[in-house]
Design a protein around this ligand. Sequence first.
Ligand code: NIG
Ligand code: FE
Length: 408
Amino acid sequence: MRWDTIWLNASLATLDPGTGSGGYGGIVDGAVAVRDGRIAWVGPRSELPVGWRAELELDCGGGWLTPGLIDCHTHLVYAGSRAGEFEQRLQGASYEEIARAGGGILSTVRATRAADHDRLLQESARRLQALGAEGVTTVEIKSGYGLDTASESRILRVARQLGPICGMTVKTTLLGAHALPPEYAGRADEYIALVCEEMLPAVGAAALADAVDAFSETVAFTPQQVARVFETARTLGLRVKLHADQLSDSGGAALAAHFRALSADHLEYSSEEGVESLAQAGTVAVLLPGAFYFLRETRAPPIAALRARGVPLALASDCNPGTSPCSSLLLMLNMACTLFRLTPAEALAGVTRSAAQALGLADEVGRIAVGLRADLACWEVSHPTELAYAFGANPCTGRYIGGVAMPR
Ligand code: NIG
Ligand code: FE
């Protein structure tokens, strides 16, 4: 047996249902070997094949190895800050009131349109690097702060550029139907026509997006308008996902399921029927406790129903300036447990195995299993539960993509 690299002196949280024990797929004192960037062997060290050899032996110092973390829902390419709106909300204004008065998403659209390329790249790189420091190896980045074809395309190009700069796998999502731009005020159907007839074909032709998202909400777009966007995405061969039922129940979960969405995200106000339709469609539920916390929401997503129906629960930062100005995925593990009552093992699965599924990457990353890409994170913890238990701590000691060490 000849390998490129072997990780030793580590316990493994494989998150692979077929391996190890407990909700983590745990293997105490394990080993992981890599050849050509893929996991070639995983198991207890005591069962390593006789006569194995590796070019490089890495000592994990008795810590734990997990799959590299995956943040499957971010809006991290933007300019400016919404600290002023934070103060307004602390004085009683609601997110919807600020949005209706032309602030909210639109204030970030103004700042993002005005920012030059280098500034946008630099501000966004800082946020992506912060995620990387916590063991994140794959990130989804949405557009949605441009709201015209050129600006949305620019955001997606910046997102693509960030991957190699920060040592990160980046998946991009077009979120043209995020808010109504000021130049289309009162003409939402005309804006949706622009998204379908100009923006989506242009982004599709330039291969700038891996998926298409929309915001179905009273302050954004109706289910009918979202359906138009999703039908166009389908004709272009792009998978969809949806900001669904975040502030009210607009039937978002069922709408996402109808279009066989990769994921339905937020879901605070989703009904039992909505949950059932997600289960039938195999759509992943992406939970965003950062936005729930920051907007001081009181209604949690229907976790018990989602769990009972076997809907995979992913977890993401939602990194954005309005509802979750946060670049810590580890903090989301803690919040998912304290605010949504996930178990720490469910939370870790939410940023690995289920997050991979939410991005259509289940056969590529998200578990420590033979054949998958060797995206790994090494942690100075005595048990993986500590990743959800502590907050404001960062025990990450190493980050690897395809078996290669990445900057942290
Ligand atoms: O995921 N809900 C819509 N989009 C973002 C918020 C965007 C913003 O306020 O800038 C979210 O919460
Ligand atoms: Fe979001």
